[in-house]
Design a protein around this ligand. Structure first.
Ligand code: HEM
Length: 411
């Protein structure tokens, strides 16, 4: 970090033989990279190749015209008005969970939130109402594939998948579980030939304006996989970390509970708590790695063609020139004119520019609905005063070794 500061917001690292890495922390330069000069970069091929081993047609890693057309096709389902229409469905899923919870019980909050957000994204993507029932095998499969992804991206040598290794076997099984689950859904829909108005229908009925071609089942399965994974794990972590922070600061939780049950309609503390959680624990902590395909000038610095740019919301949140006590959970940072205090790209949990998160509106609404319902019915408490949860930075920023909290019904 010190190095990054001393060189005016860009630090250079030789990342072994793998890459010439440029860590960029200066917000104005980040804006240049993500918004103004984004066409001079592509997603880092190491990540794309690691992802391709599971799904080749994944909007997060597609480039060029194919990416553009997929983005256009998938965007309408995530527009603010469409997303508002999902509120009752989100409430129904969360209320079902509240009916299952028992007072004074300890729950693995990340697992609970993962099953819940999986249920919600499943209904949005392909109209299935009770994925929660299959959440355990599906999220185990997602976990296996994401940890494999990180291992492949970081390894000097990626071993072929046909080698009879235990990890290859695990990965194959996980892939079969998820992909065959999605392919079954696609098959049933193909037979029904009805437009259900969800993402699956958008993909099934999409035709290329020039060629008239439609997407193959394999491409549709890949895209559903990418949306399914991007669309639940991150939001589950957001809500989980927020509940952890509220358990650690019971006075904030009490204040927030008061705000939630009051009839005033003011939900500003809820908003601030969620923003501060995303600052402290950005789920996509380190996703932004780009290969420079055409030289980029940033102030007096040049990032040459071939360099790899690294931008991290997690690093941004530590920068002492912007944040006082960066390790302290202080929702009041986001009061009033916070956007003037913190310039754009000091805080960017959803990225920015052309490749900004497609589901940011959805995630925000979902996190609000879920937290409001949970905190209406339950108080969340630490198991003991010394309970400390660490961060595990893999594909996403997860609680380690887990996040067990006790829930107490509010009478
Ligand atoms: C707390 C929740 C979420 C966070 C923090 C988050 C964060 C991000 C970030 C940082 C990126 C940009 C990565 C980059 O530039 O390399 C991204 C991309 C993306 N996100 Fe999210 N996300 C969240 C929820 C969602 C949800 C609910 C969906 C719904 C399906 C979603 C779908 C996507 C997609 C499809 C992309 C790729 C967009 C593209 O490349 O055109 N995300 N997300």
């Amino acid at each position: 970090m010190g190095l990054a500061e001393s060189q005016g917001g860009i630090a250079y690292f030789k990342f072994g033989p793998i890459a010439d890495l440029y860590l960029v922390t200066e917000p104005e330069y980040i804006r240049e990279i993500l918004v103004k000069q984004w066409m001079k970069t592509i997603k880092w091929e190491r990540l794309t190749q690691a992802s391709n081993r599971v799904t080749k047609f994944n909007i997060v890693f597609l480039e060029g015209e194919i990416w553009r057309s997929q983005r256009k096709l998938l965007t309408p389902a995530f527009h603010t008005e469409r997303v508002q229409g999902y509120i009752n469905m989100m409430k129904a899923h969360t209320t079902k969970l509240m009916q299952r919870w028992k007072t004074n019980h300890v729950y693995d909050i990340r697992q609970e939130m993962t099953a819940l957000t999986m249920g919600i994204i499943g209904e949005i993507l392909f109209g299935i109402q009770d994925i929660e029932r299959e959440a355990t095998p599906l999220s185990q499969a997602v976990d296996t594939l994401l940890s494999q992804f990180i291992m492949d991206a970081a390894s000097l040598i990626v071993l072929p998948k046909w080698l009879p290794l235990e990890r290859n076997k695990r990965e194959r099984l996980a892939k079969e579980t998820l992909i065959s689950y999605l392919q079954d859904i696609i098959k049933i829909r193909r037979i029904s030939e009805t437009d259900h108005g969800d993402e699956l229908s958008a993909l099934l009925f999409a035709t290329d304006a020039e060629t008239g071609e439609t997407l193959t089942d394999k491409q549709i399965g890949d895209e559903l996989y990418s949306l399914f994974v991007a669309g639940h794990e991150t939001t589950a972590l957001w809500v989980s970390w927020a509940l952890y922070m509220l358990a650690k600061q019971p006075e904030v939780q009490t204040q927030l509970h008061r705000e939630i049950i009051s009839s005033s309609g003011d939900k500003s503390l809820l908003d601030r708590v969620l923003k501060e959680t995303l600052r402290m624990y950005p789920p996509a902590w380190s996703l932004f790695m780009r290969r420079v395909v055409e030289e980029i000038q940033l102030g007096t610095h040049i990032i040459p063609k071939g360099g790899v740019i690294y931008i991290s919301p997690y690093i941004q949140r530590h920068l002492p020139q912007f944040w006082n006590n960066p390790d302290k959970f202080e929702p009041s940072r986001f009061e009033g004119d916070w956007k003037e205090k913190y310039p754009p790209y000091t805080y960017m949990p959803f990225g920015g520019g052309a490749r900004v998160c497609l589901g940011a509106n959805l995630a925000e609404l979902e996190a609000k609905v879920i937290l409001q319902i949970i905190l209406t019915y339950y108080q969340v408490v630490l198991l003991d005063q010394n309970q400390s949860v660490q961060m595990d930075g893999g594909f996403t920023l997860r609680p380690y070794p887990g996040l067990d909290l006790r829930v107490r019904e509010r009478l």
